[in-house]
Write a protein of this length. Structure first.
Length: 319
């Protein structure tokens, strides 16, 4: 049985301690920064002689007692089912899924993990608006609609097939950062300032850590006053660590949510699909302004390395 543990009130710096707590039950843990983890409990169930719901309950109590952190936990036979169950589990509760077919029944196709808004719209346009209907559709139909690879991935997920596994001690495949507001924030201008702060931090981190990295996608998570969240992911036009490109994509993600007067408690941003910068191709630009900005980034990175992270940054954040 696989657990997807979502630490619903955890700041990113606490994640190592929380992962160590999960390690008291099983060594097979995969971190999902900034606030989640996957854990394979199959060995723990046999060792402790307790079911996944009982072990998850003990884990939730210890996390709350030691760190003041609430957990929402999804349990299922695969990482796919566990992730989806964790989405529906309220804070301080565990949702165990033993029968994936029953769990999928009558769920909209957008609820299927890995199906974004664009894919959901394409499927709904052909009447495949529920996971049941996608599972019943011939594979060839989905491949004609979505393409060979994407069609197979969606069809397999709708069948409950998940070829992924929990990978302990996996190399970092993402960087994440979070900004929490002192009070529930309604001002879109303050939201954008926080997003600019996030992209500035992550861009600098990508360019300087592990010999330089680039990311292929960004995931924005908005946490609201009622502790609910909205998460959206967007693929970048090309792998990059360029702060301007990261900021443009992040602003687009935020604007697409149309939050209006939503009471936002925190914003977190995660870079996905990290690869070494030396292995990434970059489309040359004839825009001298873009070249100037990249040179300024390099100067700013050297200044931060010598004098500290707060020595230089966008003027908007200093205002």
């Amino acid at each position: 049985m696989i657990l997807h543990i979502r630490f619903t009130t955890a700041p990113d710096p606490l994640l190592p301690e929380l992962l160590a707590l999960v390690g008291e039950f099983t060594p097979v843990i995969e971190a999902l920064p900034p606030d989640a983890a996957l854990a394979d409990l199959r060995g723990a169930v046999r060792y402790f002689g307790r079911g996944p719901a009982e072990l998850a309950a003990v884990l939730r109590v210890r996390a709350l007692a030691r760190y003041g952190v609430e957990c929402a936990i999804g349990a299922g036979p695969s990482p796919l089912i566990a992730r989806m169950a964790a989405r529906e589990a309220p804070p301080g509760a565990t949702l165990v899924v033993d029968d994936p077919a029953s769990f999928f029944r009558d769920k909209p196709v957008a609820a299927l993990y890995g199906v974004g808004p664009a894919t959901a719209r394409a499927l709904c346009g052909y009447g495949l608006d529920s996971i049941d209907r996608v599972a019943a559709a011939p594979l060839a139909v989905l491949q004609r609609i979505l393409g060979a690879r994407a069609g197979r991935d969606v069809w397999e997920r709708a069948q409950g097939i998940d070829r992924s596994a929990v990978t302990p001690n996996a190399a970092a495949r993402s960087f994440a950062a979070e900004r929490r507001f002192d009070r529930d924030e309604l001002d879109p201008g303050r939201h954008r300032r926080a997003l600019l702060s996030l992209t500035t931090e992550l861009g600098a981190r990508l360019r300087t850590e592990d010999g330089g990295q680039v990311c292929r996608a960004l995931t924005l998570t908005v946490r609201y006053a009622d502790r609910s969240t909205t998460t959206r992911t967007r693929t970048l036009p090309e792998p990059t660590a360029h702060t301007t490109a990261l900021t443009t994509t992040t602003y687009a993600l935020h604007d697409a949510l149309a939050l209006q007067r939503a009471r936002v408690r925190a914003l977190s941003l995660r870079t996905e699909g990290l690869t070494p910068a030396a292995h990434a191709a970059h489309q040359l630009s004839l825009d001298p302004a873009d070249d100037k900005v990249r040179r300024l980034e390099a100067v700013a990175d050297r200044a931060r390395a010598r004098f500290g992270d707060g020595v230089i940054g966008p003027g908007t954040l200093a205002a």
